[in-house]
Design a protein around this ligand. Structure first.
Ligand code: ARG
Length: 445
């Protein structure tokens, strides 16, 4: 490895070209407006930059240089001659690179917000496609209480709704124009930073030149938002892996989302769901990477900062790809409603409801809880080593508590129990309908 190669960032920062060009166009416009360069010079520069942009869009790469900023400048000089050398007046690569990066984050953030929304629509569609599907709700991966599948899957829409908030927050922090702080101290040229900011669509300019060239916390924050998205999708991936196993059989992934084994002919492995889980490690690692990068750097700019790009780009790309894949998986997911419902029997899912029944009759809940625990223990330790709460006769129930009456039958319907849990945010029919309405209103915005 030679030193030039070691120093170069071109291999990974070349994707910043469109942002770099946009930044330079705004800068050249401002320079002319302030009479720092002539209008004719500015026009020449801008025309040259646009021609480079067009070539890049057509897939024609510009010759490599130490980094994208030098590459664009050198190419501009090649195309329009020495006027191009005026472009870098009252600017440094230090304010240029952080401007490019903020423009990148703004674009990537916008795409991620759209992808989240598409994912949420897919969740909603899956939820509404199976209004009657019911399954055991789990805590500790043990049967807890019966819940509707729609309720369970909608949890992911709300998680990702919070992620949207985090992305928007990161974008707010990035919405500050660095251009014009130059190397680290500002300039004696009579520049107009607000104009540059307006031209680039930033809502304000940064306040401190030293802070500005060394700030990458907007990037760290954005990577965190991507990491959180990854973690949420990895939980979905894990559930899909478990649910599609032979033991559960709750769902089946459609064929393109699975792959076979090179040795076991029967296999349909849930590879895409596993990779939703696996890919989340990238942004988590990227977050550690950028925080370690920033830690302990003296002010202001240091070349270390160049290493901010790979984790940032990878976090954004992976979040986008994972959201898209998760959406597609949900679109094609087969939900085995019968298997789900069958698994609701035999795990004592009605125990809480039975305790609530006694509590409604006036018994303190803690005592009711004790009685039902005894009932479950008896079943578990019984000769058959199992049995269901609903198999107790009324007489047997009365031996546990005289409060049991014929109306207990209502408690013994898994479906009714789930339908009735209508406290705000619950799985009940009415509560679920309200939740869906609220989500739809949010998604319409
Ligand atoms: N490629 C550099 C980076 O990404 C650009 C800034 C270089 N600045 C400097 N003072 N050497 O950070």
């Amino acid at each position: 490895m030679n030193p030039e190669e070691f120093i170069s960032s071109f291999s990974f920062d070349k994707r910043l070209a469109p942002y770099d060009i946009r930044g330079s166009i705004a800068h050249a416009t401002m320079l002319a407006r302030k009479r720092i360069i002539s209008p004719a010079e500015s026009k020449r520069i801008i025309r040259g930059l646009l021609s480079i942009q067009k070539d890049i869009e057509r897939g024609k790469a510009i010759p490599p240089a130490e980094d994208i900023h030098y590459a664009v400048e050198r190419e501009l000089i090649r195309r329009i001659g020495k006027t191009a050398k005026k472009m870098h007046t009252a600017r440094s690569r230090n304010d240029q690179v952080v401007t490019d990066l903020k423009l990148f984050v703004r674009d990537a953030g916008g795409h991620i917000l759209e992808a989240i929304r598409a994912f949420q629509e897919a969740v909603l569609m899956r939820a509404e496609a199976h209004p009657r599907a019911i399954l055991p709700g789990f805590t500790h991966l043990q049967h807890g209480q019966p819940v509707f599948f729609a309720h369970h899957i909608l949890a992911y829409a709300w998680m990702l709704e919070r992620d949207k908030g985090r992305v928007r927050d990161a974008l707010k922090r990035a919405d500050e124009c660095p251009l014009g702080v130059c190397a680290l101290a500002g300039t004696t040229f009579p520049i107009d930073r607000s104009l540059t900011a307006r031209l680039l669509g930033f809502s304000r300019v940064s306040e401190n030149s030293i802070d500005t060239v060394s700030d990458r916390d907007f990037a760290a924050e954005f990577i965190f938002a991507c990491a959180m998205i990854g973690v949420h999708l990895s939980r979905l991936g894990e559930e899909l892996v478990i649910w599609s196993s032979t033991e559960f059989g709750f769902v089946s992934l459609s064929d393109p989302f699975t792959s076979g084994s090179s040795i076991m002919p029967q296999k349909r492995n849930p590879d895409t769901a596993e990779l939703l889980r696996g890919k989340s490690a990238r942004a988590i690692g990227g977050l550690a990477q950028i925080l370690s990068l920033l830690k302990g750097q003296p002010l202001s700019y240091n070349r270390d900062l160049q290493e901010d790009k790979p984790p940032l780009f990878d976090a954004a790309d992976t979040a986008l790809a994972s959201l898209d894949l998760a959406r597609q998986i949900l679109d094609g997911l087969r939900v085995n409603e019968k298997t789900m419902e069958a698994s609701c029997h035999g795990g004592y899912l009605l125990a809480t409801e039975l305790a609530d029944y006694l509590a409604r009759k006036g018994l303190p809940f803690r005592e009711a809880h004790g009685i039902v625990s005894d009932m479950v223990r008896e079943l578990r330790e019984g000769p058959e080593g199992g049995g269901n709460l609903e198999d107790y006769t009324l007489e047997e129930l009365k031996s546990f508590s005289p409060l049991f009456g014929p109306d207990v039958a209502r408690v013994f319907s898994i479906r009714r129990v789930a339908e009735d849990r209508n406290s705000y945010g619950g799985t009940g029919k009415k509560a679920l309908a309200r939740q869906i309405r609220k989500l739809k209103t949010l998604l319409k915005r």
